[in-house]
Design a protein. Structure first.
Length: 256
C-alpha cells in the first residue's frame, strides 16, 4: 500500500508541477515515483520465493527450477528508476547533465540485464528419479540421490545454503565455461564435499528446498512417480497466515 501511495502521489505531483511550471514539485513527484517503483519491484521480487516455478524437464519425471535474479533484481530496479528519473529531470529542466546521467545508467542497466539473461539461459536445478543436478556457467554437478546427504549451511556473506555431502567418485562433474566460486566448491582434499547451492538463486525458500530434497532422497518410489504439481506443492511454503499463527520466523533456520 505504501508503494502504491508513493506511485500515485509521485505521478500526481509530477503532473501538477508540470502544469504550473513548478520544478520543485516536479522533482518531489519524481522522487516519490522513484521510491515507490523500487519498493514495489522489490516487494514483488522477494515474494517470488513463495511462488516457485517448476518446469518439466527433458526426461520423464524430471523437473527443473530456473535461475532467478532475486538478489540482483532490486539493483536492476533501482538503476531503472534512477535512470528514468534522471532522464525525466533532464527533459523537464532542459539540462544536459541529468540526461547524460540517465543514458549512462540505462546503458549499465542493459549490460547487467544482458548478463543476467545469459546466466538464466543455462542455469538449472534439476530433479530426476536418479539424481539431482545443478547446472550453471560456473559449475555442473550431478549427485545420485542414494549417495547424497544434505545439511544446512551458510556462505561467507551469511546467506543460507544447502550443503551436499557425497563421495567424490559418485559425483559427476562436467566442465563449464567459467571457474566455480571458491565458497561453493569443496576443499580439494575433502573426499565427500561439501558442495554448496544457494536456494535464493532458484526462487525458493531455504527450508522448502531443504525439506523437499531430503524427502525425495528418502523416498525413491515417489521420485519415479513425481508430478509437477506435487513438486510445486512441496517447494511452496505455508501461507503467511499459517506462519504467523505458528509464530514462525520468515527467515527460518534450515535445521528445523
Amino acid at each position: 500500500m505504501a508503494s502504491l501511495a508513493a506511485l500515485v502521489g509521485g505521478a500526481a505531483g509530477s503532473v501538477v508541477g508540470m502544469v504550473f511550471g513548478d520544478r520543485s514539485v516536479v522533482g518531489i513527484g519524481g522522487l516519490l515515483l522513484l521510491l515507490g517503483g523500487i519498493a514495489a519491484i522489490t516487494y514483488f521480487v522477494m515474494g517470488i520465493e513463495d511462488r516457485p516455478k517448476v518446469r518439466a524437464g527433458d526426461a520423464e519425471n524430471t523437473f527443473v527450477l530456473r535461475y532467478l535474479p532475486v538478489r540482483l533484481a532490486p539493483v536492476l530496479a533501482g538503476l531503472a528508476a534512477v535512470a528514468v528519473a534522471a532522464l525525466w529531470l533532464g527533459i523537464v529542466t532542459g539540462e544536459l547533465e541529468p540526461t547524460l546521467c540517465g543514458i549512462a545508467l540505462l546503458v549499465a542497466l542493459l549490460l547487467l540485464a544482458g548478463l543476467t539473461l545469459s546466466y538464466r539461459r543455462t542455469a538449472r536445478l534439476s530433479f530426476s528419479p536418479d539424481a539431482i543436478r545443478i547446472t550453471t556457467r560456473n559449475f555442473d554437478w550431478e549427485f545420485p540421490w542414494d549417495a547424497a546427504h544434505f545439511a544446512a549451511g551458510f556462505d561467507p556473506k551469511g546467506a543460507e545454503t544447502i550443503e551436499i555431502r557425497c563421495p567424490r567418485h559418485a559425483v559427476t562433474t562436467r566442465r563449464t565455461q567459467r571457474k566455480t566460486p571458491t565458497h561453493l566448491r569443496p576443499p580439494a582434499d575433502s573426499p565427500d564435499g561439501p558442495w554448496k547451492i544457494a536456494p535464493i538463486m532458484w526462487g525458493v525458500r531455504p527450508n522448502s528446498l531443504y525439506s523437499t530434497m531430503t524427502h525425495l532422497r528418502t523416498n525413491p518410489a515417489l521420485r519415479t512417480q513425481l508430478t509437477r504439481p506435487q513438486l510445486t506443492a512441496m517447494l511452496t511454503p505455508p501461507p503467511w497466515r499459517t506462519r504467523h499463527a505458528l509464530d514462525l520466523d520468515p527467515a527460518l533456520d534450515l535445521d528445523l
